[in-house]
Design a protein. Structure first.
Ligand code: PLP
Length: 286
């Protein structure tokens, strides 16, 4: 039977219940991670837990599992499923309070810890024919100033993503008020211009994506492309040869049109194929 984990217990999903006084429900006061696994092998597990721990420290949430405890919890949830390719959803909130109030409650309040797994598609083979490219739109980023924190308060992201869907597109790329491309509503963005790959540097305007981290590391080691962590502006984006988005669940996806205008020649490019081959071959080393 497929199990979920909630606060020390493994149980059927319908038996897992959370109080409406949980600060995750009341304030979105919590963090999450999504970790992919293929045939029981995780991609970037330690990197995901490290990012979670950074966020927890930032929010002063203590008393969460150690890396080894996370591994045991996640392994048991995975093993309770029959499917071989699973995404793990991990959520930690500040916990349940007696009274609603903005201030952090006393340290005696224990965090709520939840893990469940959901089936994900078999990874695509690294071939142009097995890839469905994205068509995307752009918007000015309307979210808060701490997009580096992977909070469950995702309404800004949800609204940007929904805007894209309503335009019959697959994702929404986001520009800051200075007209620089930072990330997208649910993914990081890479831009290939000639032999140089650009992606925005890590700061408060974007999530430090684990797929971004892995791909950057692989591109640096590979040396085919020059890699620069620098945000591109609208003119540079319009002149790009290729654009790719990255996220744990979608890996590396080529973008062939932005706001209805073709990227490069409007087809999946050889740069994406090279990058995706690197990612496919290297991802389990993280
Ligand atoms: C806003 C945003 N940026 C980037 C990413 C990509 O992060 P990762 O590669 O860790 O999945 C995500 C994934 O959820 C995201 O929501």
């Amino acid at each position: 039977m497929a199990l979920v984990y909630l606060n020390g217990q493994f149980c059927a999903p319908e038996q897992a219940a959370i109080s409406p006084m949980d600060r995750g429900f009341l304030f979105g006061d919590g963090l999450y991670e999504v970790v992919p696994s293929y045939n029981g092998q995780f991609v970037g597990f330690t990197l995901h837990i490290h990012r979670l721990n950074n966020g927890l420290a930032e929010l002063n949430i203590a008393g969460t599992p150690t890396l080894e405890e996370w591994q045991n919890i996640c392994r048991r949830v995975l093993d309770s499923h029959e499917e071989t390719n699973l995404g793990l959803y991990i959520q930690v909130t500040r916990g349940v309070v007696a009274q609603r109030g903005h201030a952090y409650p006393s340290a005696t309040v224990k965090p709520t810890v939840f893990v469940y797994a959901f089936p994900i598609p078999t990874p695509r083979s690294a071939e142009i024919t097995s890839c469905t490219p994205y068509r995307v739109v752009t918007q000015q980023d309307q979210r808060w100033q701490r997009c580096d924190v992977k909070t469950t308060s995702l309404l800004g992201n949800v609204m940007h993503y929904q805007h894209g869907r309503e335009q019959h597109s697959d994702e929404t790329l986001l520009f800051n008020p200075r007209g620089q491309l930072t990330e997208a509503s649910t993914s990081n963005v890479f831009v290939l211009c000639g032999e140089t790959v650009y992606t925005a540097p890590l700061d408060n305007q974007l999530l430090p994506g684990i797929t971004r981290h892995i791909l950057l590391d692989l591109l640096h080691a590979d040396k085919k492309f020059k890699v620069i962590e620098q945000a591109v502006d609208k003119a540079q984006l319009a002149a790009a040869d290729e654009v790719w988005i990255t996220s744990s669940s979608r890996e590396v996806v080529p973008v062939i049109s932005i706001d209805g205008v073709p990227v490069g020649c409007g087809e999946i490019g050889p740069g994406w194929l090279h990058a995706f081959k690197l990612y496919s071959q290297g991802k389990f080393n993280y």
